[in-house]
Ligand binder design. Structure first.
Ligand code: UDP
Length: 264
């Protein structure tokens, strides 16, 4: 069990990227049950406070690894440092690269706009030939309400027998969907990855490495898709400072309760 850092109510696993990749490959090899990974950022931290479903999805997650640079900064400032960012969009290529030199990997891509998953599959197959994309699905808008559609989708995913399912539906939709269907999924590892399928397809451009290093990936994304993202970023920018202040104030009070450990 890794050390966990408590932040805004989320219990974040203090693991480096290579440790997470090693853990995922172990779970793939064991094929015991469906385990899923969530990658919190500022948006998640804000939603987590008001969304009981997202809190449940976090409680049932096998790994919670930090995506957002602001979370890293706050964790360090509060004296609970996390070793390194593990964003979904970096975790996926790191996992594929490790699988490429080891046992190979069967992957299913769920999410992103029509045609994007297929382009991502072509790129994956070109860059990591031992990573086989065994299925692609871009569910239509509102699909999550359609129980018959979801049952068929889970069946389709299970029939493809992937080792890893990438779910890119944005938060909190992807976490809620995975939590709701994890019992029916016969996939050892599910990763909730936001826009990672878009990045793999080259449909969206990732921020340059130097911007990611200085923690400004969010600014690049906002500048790339202002019409879609400004509302989300504005809401988060208003609420996040309050969360940080509350968290800082709580650290000055003696601890009354320790959170229950998560299952892994
Ligand atoms: N998306 C989807 N179905 C939906 C809602 C979103 O496939 O019902 C996709 C969307 O096309 C995009 C991804 O989910 O590829 C979410 O990207 P976002 O930028 O929200 O993720 P982030 O990386 O910011 O968490």
């Amino acid at each position: 069990m890794s050390r966990q850092v408590s932040l805004f109510g989320m219990q974040i696993d203090a693991l480096r990227m290579d440790e997470v990749v090693a853990q995922l490959l172990t779970w793939v090899a064991a094929r015991e049950r469906c385990r899923y990974v969530v990658t919190p950022n500022v948006q998640h931290a804000v939603l987590f406070q008001e969304h009981a479903g997202l809190r449940q999805a976090y409680a049932d997650a096998a790994l919670i690894v930090p995506d957002g640079a602001p979370l890293m900064l706050v964790a360090r400032w509060l004296g609970r440092p996390l070793p390194e960012r593990v964003p979904g969009s970096d975790l996926v290529p790191a996992l594929f690269a490790a699988a490429q030199v080891r046992q190979g990997l069967k992957v299913y891509l769920m999410g992103a706009a029509t045609g994007v998953g297929q382009r991502a599959a072509e790129n994956i197959q070109r860059v990591w030939p031992r990573v086989e994309v065994v299925g692609v699905c871009s569910p239509p808008l509102g699909f999550e309400q359609d129980e018959a559609y979801n049952q068929a989708l889970v069946r389709q995913i299970n029939d493809a027998q992937p080792d890893v399912l990438l779910v890119g539906l944005g938060a909190p939709k992807q976490e809620l969907w995975v939590q709701h269907h994890s019992a029916g999924l016969r996939v050892p590892v599910v990763l909730c990855v936001g826009a990672a399928i878009d990045f793999l397809a080259g449909h969206k451009r990732r921020a340059p490495v130097w911007l990611r290093r200085i923690g400004l990936e969010w600014l690049f994304r906002l500048a790339s898709e202002p019409r879609r993202l400004w509302r989300r970023y504005a809401r988060d920018a208003c609420r996040f400072p309050l969360l940080v202040w509350r968290e800082w104030r709580a650290t000055r009070r003696p601890k009354a309760l320790t959170p229950a450990p998560r299952s892994s």
